[in-house]
Design a protein around this ligand. Sequence first.
Ligand code: NAD
Ligand code: IPM
Ligand code: MN
Length: 370
Amino acid sequence: MRSIAVVPGDGIGHEVVAEGMRVLEAIAEMSPFRYHSVEYDIGSERYLRDGVLVTEEEFEALSGMDAIYFGAIGDPRVKPGILEKGVLLAMRARFDQYINLRPVKSWHPFVPLKRETDFDIHFLRENTEDFYIGAGGKLVPEEMKQKMSIKRGLYSLDLKLKAKSEPEDEFAFEIGVLSRRGVERFADYAFRYAADKGHDKVTLVDKANVCSSIYGMQREIFQRKAEEAGMGLDFMYVDAMAMAMLVRPETFGTVAVPNLFGDILTDLGAQLGGGLGMGASGNINPEGVSMFEPIHGSAPDIAGQGKANPFAALMAARMMLEHLGFPKEAEMLESALSESLRAGATTPDLGGALRTQEVTDHVIECIRSD
Ligand code: NAD
Ligand code: IPM
Ligand code: MN
């Protein structure tokens, strides 16, 4: 019996997670997969009502579960960052889910760009460091000079620091930090993952030509780990990668990408695979509790209208099944999803006419008839 914590969150998170739970129930009826679930009331409604994000008791309880199934977080009534950082990033950090696994594939026939060859990119987004560590703030020039050791050569900042300490000379900053240990475990995971998938190389995406302190160290560590693993390693700058994803997505296999660029590239990837409603992810801690979620957000523009595409959440459930040790059941779900897509049983974002629940009804029929 596996234990699953269910955190629907906000907006369409509620709608798509409910569909994922229906599918898990259908799978349990047809297979040895057994689970019990506990739903958590975490999200904007509670925050607006009680001012609470995630309590210590909830963190404790979640840490004892086999997996977390998460919807989405974010609400236009709440200042940006409060829920996103206070709930989602807090969970990723607290459970040290240092890999965000985001597979992107061509779910024919819904790829928006015509492609000769199918693609199947496995993004491994580092999930705990980079510009996501929360080291930011505001300083006037005097404080900035005292508190930050500015390297020679950053001319634009050197020049600006000559300004007087008037309120309008204020600086806002956000620092990207990578730790040697953090990069090493990221690289170890990436090369293990690539080998496991039969890929002969890892592509590392960065911006080492500008942010050379952090990404320079990352290149050096990946280079050494590649040699140790006897694997290939390609470097790609993130700007070129965005372009290459459009023109030759089929040439990528395992792609390691730091946190912020990974956030951006995987929305692009999801869209390449048919739409934001198609991208699923697993926040993985190989030794701890992992969390599975669609990569899209709470989509306030369509929430409550039955328009949300449940595929991303269902694919996240598929990833969770595999993680929980049920690869056959995961495969069963993926082939039902493919079958539904081929049949055109989709929501309007993929050109179909079905509502969220009707898509799931179709997927469940496919599961039962296979
Ligand atoms: P979003 O992903 O919520 O939506 C972007 C666009 O894609 C919208 O037009 C939306 O309707 C569409 N879309 C997203 N998911 C869809 C689905 N399943 N089916 C059909 N269409 C879908 O991004 P946003 O609008 O930039 O952000 C909304 C809120 O969500 C913000 O508060 C943001 O911080 C938050 N957010 C949360 C997560 C998360 O919880 N993992 C991820 C991204 C954004
Ligand atoms: C995602 C989201 C989050 C991120 C936000 C909501 C904090 O965009 O899961 O992709 O930036 O990681
Ligand atoms: Mn994102």
